[in-house]
Design a protein around this ligand. Structure first.
Ligand SMILES: [Zn+2]
Ligand SMILES: [Zn+2]
Length: 349
């Protein structure tokens, strides 16, 4: 095993603290990656605190990983030593089912192997994420980071980026469509950048009026603050598509009514159960759908799109010693728009 330094939670109420563990020696199709940056996703916090059900401890979180290849197995084709790579939400899958063969592994019928808080395909070896100095991964589940994207700003593309890029592609949203991005956080700010680069007319819908300037700066043409409830009446049937990134409970029916005939609203957050009134769909033949992150093919496509259109995440880089403060601020939505850990700080104890 390869000695690796990380930060781990020992239980749902424990703070993250230094944790030494082992990574597997790279096999023929594996690469060993020295991690440079790892984004802080809101789902890290949910899992560390066991808010989504049984978590596996000790837990080394992190699934927005950027690093350099330091070793490559004999059969590795995509990368060589020195390649800069990204690793996202999953590190393996069954490789046989329909979604896996279509490179939509996030929907693997047997379940993906998540980058952390999961077990390898053997069902017993825990996976550990990117709050650590290095990781061994099968090359099929790593992505080439194109030149030109600042690396600390590339990390959040591996989760926040692909999660918002994928539905804009999959649901056939067209250039010049009127779209609303609901929520301007880590996910929402990426959605605005992608939609603008794809030529869509973007409106940000947020509960906090203070985000107006940022929304316009990021590329939105309009901004709606829901602190004033009358906006739901004023904007009825305005949009072709809504990307709903909010993870707190909200009135789905009010948002659905903002869609035109045949409009689609896609949820990428995971709020608590909410009430849906059928007429909000039926009256205007509207669709409500959901979308997870994205598979390996689409993730590479998204990274190449970012390089071509000069897109990266807006980040605040922190040493890992400030992770607890970063978690508190993420929970309060007090970050513009993603914390990214400088993993070099792990060597300074
Ligand atoms: Zn994430
Ligand atoms: Zn599969």
């Amino acid at each position: 095993m390869l000695a690796t330094r990380g930060y781990a939670a020992k239980g749902p109420a424990s703070p993250l603290e230094p944790y030494d563990f082992g990574r597997r020696e790279p096999g023929p199709r594996d690469i060993l990656v020295d991690i440079m940056y790892c984004g802080v996703c809101h789902s890290d916090i949910h899992q560390v605190r066991s808010e989504w059900g049984a978590s596996i401890y000790p837990m080394v979180p992190g699934h927005e990983i950027i690093g350099n290849v330091t070793e490559a197995g004999d059969k590795v084709k995509k990368f060589k030593v020195g390649s800069t790579v990204g690793i996202g939400v999953f590190v393996d899958s069954c490789r046989e089912c329909g979604p896996c063969r279509a490179e939509e592994e996030e929907y693997c019928e047997k379940g993906v192997t998540l980058t952390y808080n999961c077990y390898e395909r053997d069902g017993k070896t825990p996976t550990y994420g990117g709050y650590s100095t290095r990781i061994t991964v099968d090359e099929a589940y790593a992505h080439q980071i194109p030149k030109g994207i600042p690396l600390e700003r590339a990390a959040p593309l591996l989760c926040a980026g692909i999660t918002t890029y994928s539905p804009l592609r999959h649901f056939g949203v067209k250039a010049r469509d009127q779209i609303a991005v609901v929520g301007l956080g880590g996910l929402g700010h990426m959605a605005v950048k992608f939609a603008k680069a794809m030529g869509m007319k973007v409106t940000v819908v947020s509960h906090s009026p203070s985000k107006r300037d940022d929304a316009l700066r990021l590329g939105a043409e309009d901004f709606i603050a829901t602190s004033d409830q009358s906006v739901f009446k004023k904007n009825v049937m305005r949009f072709d598509f809504i990307l709903d990134t909010v993870s707190a409970g909200h009135d789905l029916n009010a948002y659905l009514n903002l869609l035109r005939l045949d409009g689609t609203m896609v949820m990428v957050g995971l709020p608590e159960p909410m009430l849906l009134t059928a007429s909000a769909l039926v009256d205007k033949r509207r669709r409500l759908a959901g979308s997870s992150n994205g598979g390996t093919r689409e993730t590479q496509e998204m990274l190449d799109f970012c390089a071509k259109h000069n897109i990266a995440s807006d980040v605040e880089v922190i040493p890992i010693q400030r992770i607890e403060e970063a978690y508190d601020r993420t929970v309060r939505s007090d970050v513009r728009y993603r914390f990214v850990i400088d993993i070099a700080s792990l060597n300074q104890r």
